[in-house]
Design a protein around this ligand. Sequence first.
Ligand SMILES: [Ca+2]
Length: 504
Amino acid sequence: MRSQRYLTAGRMTVVAWGLLLSSVGAAAAPTTSTSRPGAERPNIIFILADDLGYGDLGCYGQKKIKTPCLDRMASEGVRFTQAYAGGNVCAPSRCCLMTGLHTGHARIRDNDRGPLLPGDVTVAEVLKSAGYATGCVGKWGLGEAGTTGIPTRQGFDEWFGFLNQTQAHDYYPESLWRGEQRVGLAGNKGGRQGQYVQDVFTSEALDFIRRHQHAPFFLYLAYTIPHANNELGRTTGNGLVVPDDVPYSDRPWPQPLRNYAAMITRLDHDVGKLLALLGELGIERKTVVFFSGDNGPHREGGADPDFFESAGPLRGHKKTFHEGGIRIPLIVRWPDHIASGAVSDAVCAFWDFLPTAAALAGAKAPKGIDGVSILPALGGEPQPRREYLYWERPGYLFDQAARIGDFKAVRRGANGPIELYDLETDIGEKRDIASQHPQLVAQAEDIFRSARTASKDYPFSDHLPTRRRVYGFAAIGAVVLGVFVVLDRRRRKGLHRGESGKVR
Ligand SMILES: [Ca+2]
């Protein structure tokens, strides 16, 4: 793979750490959560933003939106330039993050389906079985109340937030889930706007860290910023909800854009609070913090990704398998263990998180997953070569994509033509070179067929009518319309004769 270069990362202790733990890990890891051997194993925090673009942070080239805390986090850790989300929309992406599988194997491959089943193994279950305290705060989306897919049935000791993704559009909810109980937010009762949900999540996360500071813990903090309140956006034109638009109040931008920027800066500030708490508690050197986003930037609720260049140089946004839909920011910080200010162009994806977390904890990842540990990349070492990365989304059209070395194959619809791009020379996917590389196209076609397992929930076909059916329906419609017009003319003629007769 031409792109396996490690730009500024130095060799740090993380690789030795991984080797040490992997050699003793599984045996040393306790099987119950009551015996925790170790402060020596790092805490793990994964902070996820919702619909944050590859170009939305200063450290990824953003010029208009201020993100000083995340920029500093990048300067203290490793910033990945070729990290990918699990999918191009929320639920499948999060399923990949939690289960270490790509969307060709994952339980949940599109929005609004699921839930996770008891046999699905999550990163929380892996870490819990290794003795970690596990907590989830924010937006879940992998199972509704009463199902086996909720966080407390998937390895999390503690859970607070939205189960339902649509309900998560609301930034002032009247209630949230705590464990398996619905709890009210007094400040938002009766439609009041007293508790902005991002602030509530931040307080909850800080509280979780304080309570578990002495034991190894795993915190999955899935914020909803900068996702739009789509329903509000449809009625008011502004679904970007934030308590104030500081520090952008004086910008000559439309209000939704001031709000979008303020949301991201607020998120940045909250990440800063969390990192500051780790320092305050003296646990920053034993806490690995990941920060990323679940898919590309959106154009919902009045947002304008073109104005902010939210996808950076990439083509497309959320819901596409072009790079803008799936390439996302990824920053990892672990002081004294990984290099400061490193930039890695290692190719990795959400399904690599589970095996990476397992390696950090000295736990065994389940067999047969798609992910690999990225500890080598974190330590500035080359990642072992992987044959390809694969994505699918079985929407109206069954879309698929594969990253093969520096090449990227995309197909819109199960019967669509395969497009091919060379990301090394064409990061914006402007030149389809499929006709020049029939062998690579054949390889992509083979991956699109073989990289997935069949799923009764997600049949391998388009759900839109075929072109022939569209023409057929159009022809029938034209005939019906013609007959209606002729009959109507005759009716009018008859009516005219009758009226004339009456006058006479
Ligand atoms: Ca999302």
